[in-house]
Design a protein around this ligand. Structure first.
Ligand SMILES: *Cc1c(COP(=O)(O)O)cnc(C)c1O
Length: 350
């Protein structure tokens, strides 16, 4: 803190990103990155875009990338907005669709950027308690609010809601925007995109960071009614019109078009997740049913802190939050089969 800081940032508690250690080689199961490389077509497209044309600004409307996404999802390009990672799009959406008078609601245990955005943008929040099995408290997200934010599958639990439940939420909140953050949807959940045609209050947000192995490229997109998309564009053009650079637009479009590669990566992650969940259960762990590229696990006899520290000493990095409800739980990203063998070996030692 410094006397030159604005009042707005003096009081804020910013988001804490997962550790990216540089000092030693860890098996990195802490930030839900993909253990496999990006599509070779995406890498070729990025190399081809690294050319003389970089002296020019990128297309602010990301036309080619939006066309690729629209084509894949059966939408019109006017229903798609691209941004510098889905975090940026979520930040834009909070500013575009929520007002300070009424509380926005989201589950108590969810992506920790949501409370940060709420506070930073001067909004009010109501965090509703989880069901005892860590599933989303759907009834408490219905009505009497200024907007709803839902990660589906949720993070860090990995639990997914069915499409019928998402639709129930949309029907119960017809006058406010419902943001469905689908960062992990490709690992087994059902996307809400088919509901866009019937619900003008639905904004679906996705990213290349997880299932397309491009966390380093920073590209995400939102899909929804064109009036919502226009709202996002309005916020963007008050901040920075060129948030997605030329390399990112080219790489992301190629990744979206490389469907076979995408399918094979997602299948491998799901298979490894199911095998790992089975092994952990056989070793006495409680494992929540995950439709994401991570598992949320705990052990009756071992505090979360001891497991976390013990894994770190053994070179395995996972994620843990010091929040009362989940302090004995670890979120473990799905790595390669070898990564997961090292994890289960280290846990057995502990
Ligand atoms: C990883 C993640 C994001 C952020 O994705 P980026 O596109 O890399 O910014 C958004 N929401 C959830 C729930 C995530 O886990």
């Amino acid at each position: 803190m410094n006397k030159f800081w604005s009042r707005r940032i003096r009081d804020i508690v910013p988001y804490t990103p997962g550790e990216q250690p540089k000092d030693r080689q860890f098996i990195k199961l802490n930030t839900n990155e993909c253990p496999y490389p990006p599509s070779p077509m995406a890498l070729d497209a990025i190399r081809a875009a690294a050319c003389e044309a970089l002296r020019l600004y990128p297309d602010p409307e990301c036309a080619a990338l939006r066309a690729a996404i629209a084509e894949r999802e059966g939408l019109s390009p006017a229903q798609v907005f691209c941004g510098n990672g889905s975090d940026e799009i979520l930040a834009f959406a909070f500013q575009a669709f929520f007002d300070p008078e009424r509380e926005i609601v989201f589950p108590k245990i969810t992506y920790s950027f949501y409370p940060v955005y709420t506070d930073f943008f001067g909004l009010k929040r109501r965090e509703v308690p989880m069901n005892p099995d860590f599933s989303d408290p759907v009834d408490l997200l219905c009505g009497n609010n200024g907007g709803v934010v839902l990660a589906n599958p949720n993070a860090p639990t990995g639990i997914a809601l069915g499409l019928d439940t998402v639709e129930q939420l949309l029907q119960a909140n017809p006058e406010v925007v419902v943001i469905v953050d689908e960062a992990y949807v490709d690992f087994g959940a059902h996307s809400a995109v088919p509901l866009i045609a019937r619900y003008p209050n639905l904004l679906v947000v996705q990213t290349t960071s997880k299932s397309r192995a491009l966390a380093g490229l920073r590209v995400g997109w939102a899909m929804g009614d064109e009036h919502l998309i226009a709202g996002l564009r309005a916020v963007r053009d008050c901040v920075n019109s060129y948030t997605v650079d030329r390399l990112a637009q080219a790489g992301a479009a190629a990744a979206v078009q490389d469907e076979p590669y995408f399918q094979s990566v997602r299948r491998r992650v799901i298979d490894t997740r199911e095998r790992t969940a089975q092994t952990l259960k056989e070793n006495g762990f409680t494992v929540l049913p995950s439709q994401a590229n991570f598992l949320f696990v705990s052990h009756l006899d071992r505090p979360g802190k001891a497991l976390f520290d013990g894994l770190r000493e053994r070179g395995v990095l996972v994620r843990r939050w010091d929040i009362p409800e989940i302090r004995d739980w670890l979120r473990v990203s799905i790595g390669t089969d070898e990564d997961m063998a090292a994890l289960t070996q280290a846990l057995k030692e502990l």
